[in-house]
Design a protein around this ligand. Structure first.
Ligand code: NAD
Ligand code: TYD
Length: 358
């Protein structure tokens, strides 16, 4: 049995990961530590709550006593660290929380793992079988021009408070491997999409607005490029790295699916027009597209070279972008109550601050 501490398991990727892992790996016990910020929703995991291999703990990764207690109580031998403040726009308007959770929280988890697993470790776990897997982002590498792709050796060049805080946490993880021999792994993944993503990120925001006939805010010229990966493919990549990755290494994860933002917005409009019909005024949903002021310091292009994880560990994405987008739009159509429950008063306040009454 593996005794796994998942942080941030009530968020978008974390909840998909918990569900997937409990379904396919009955020998994993999962303890999910989540603070339940605006982005965390225990309702994302109601279907697994009764699973005897699952336990939810509401709490903050910055709380050292709590994290130490969980390590001891649950004999934790594996950490998969998702918890973070994750939205670039929020990091621009309020960076403090990003420094606190993403940097201090990661530091705190590393310290707890060091204490538990290394020299006379308190849990008695063997360093050879323990793993600390840190889930990070391609945004740490900065912004690309028209060509090229991020490799694991690309120098870090973060440009938003979000990516700077993630870069900082990556460096701490790497330092704990080199300095203390903590058995760490780092993954740097491109943009994810799929079920349970909070509707402040591009894809769910556009689906939600397009369903309501509201304006679809496109930043700048809409030609910024991201590489997109279906969330379940990301979960499988993380499990592959956990089970087969070489300790101390970094693995880039990508979908080999670069798209301009405007292409994505157009695609969502077209899928919705087809599935639910045109707008009440007879127009198609592309008519809702509204170009708005660009994000400050907006990274132009991200692209991932995923050769290492493919050739060393045999992982490749299974879901192609068009199929993944259809599945995603269908999921949001089937889960309108979920959207309503997460877009409560606090989200509306944030939305009005960002976009006014649009
Ligand atoms: P998310 O914002 O949907 O979820 C974050 C979760 O962490 C929430 O459940 C939240 O309640 C929890 N959390 C926040 N602060 C906490 C704290 N101090 N203590 C405990 N829990 C806390 O994020 P996501 O999109 O699921 O991203 C998960 C991880 O993957 C992040 O580390 C992010 O940097 C990384 N990542 C995300 C993407 C993406 O496209 N979403 C791509 C690459 C990497
Ligand atoms: P986002 O989903 O916030 O992810 P990230 O910034 O981490 O890549 O944004 C994806 C892209 O979409 C990014 O280039 C910013 C752009 N974008 C918009 O054009 N409009 C929006 O309302 C949002 C939220 C993002």
């Amino acid at each position: 049995m593996k005794h796994v501490l998942i942080t941030g398991g009530c968020g978008f990727i974390g909840s998909n990961f918990v569900r997937h892992t409990l379904e396919y790996f009955p020998d994993y016990r999962i303890v999910n530590l989540d603070k339940l910020t605006y982005a965390g929703n225990p309702g994302n995991l109601t279907d697994v709550e009764k699973n005897s291999n699952y336990r939810f703990v509401k709490g903050d990764i910055v709380d050292a006593a709590l994290v130490q207690r969980i390590f001891a109580e649950e004999q934790i031998d594996t950490v998969i660290h998702f918890a973070a403040e994750s939205h670039v726009d929020r990091s621009i308007t309020g960076p403090a929380e990003f420094v606190q959770t993403n940097i201090m929280g990661t530091f705190n988890l590393l310290e707890a793992a060091r204490e538990a697993w290394l020299a006379n470790g308190k849990t008695g776990a063997s360093k050879d079988t323990c793993r600390f897997l840190h889930v990070s982002t391609d945004e740490v590498y900065g912004s690309l021009g028209e060509t090229g792709a991020f490799q694991e050796t690309t120098p870090y060049d973060p440009r938003s408070p979000y990516s700077a805080s993630k870069a900082s946490s990556d460096h701490l993880v790497s330092a704990y491997f080199h300095t203390y021999g903590l058995p760490t792994l780092i993954t740097n993944c491109s943009n994810n999409y799929g079920p349970y993503q909070f509707p402040e990120k591009l894809i769910p925001l556009v689906i939600n607005n397009a369903l309501q006939g509201k304006a679809l805010p496109v930043y700048g010229d809409g030609k910024n490029v991201r590489d997109w990966l279906y969330v379940v493919d990301h979960c499988q990549a993380i499990l592959t790295v956990l089970q087969k990755g070489r300790i101390g290494e970094t693995y880039n994860i990508g979908g080999n699916s670069e798209k301009q933002n405007i292409e994505i917005v157009n695609l969502i409009c077209d899928i919705l027009d087809e599935k639910v019909g045109l707008l009440a005024d007879g127009q198609n949903r592309r008519s809702l597209i509204t170009y708005v002021k660009d994000r400050a310091g907006h990274d132009r292009r991200y692209a991932i070279d995923a050769t290492k994880i493919r050739t060393e560990l045999g992982w490749t994405p299974k879901v192609n972008f068009k199929d993944g987008m259809r599945k995603t739009v269908e999921w949001y159509l089937d889960h309108k109550a979920w959207i309503a429950s997460v877009t409560d008063g606090s989200y509306r306040e944030y939305y009005e601050k960002m976009y006014g009454n649009r």
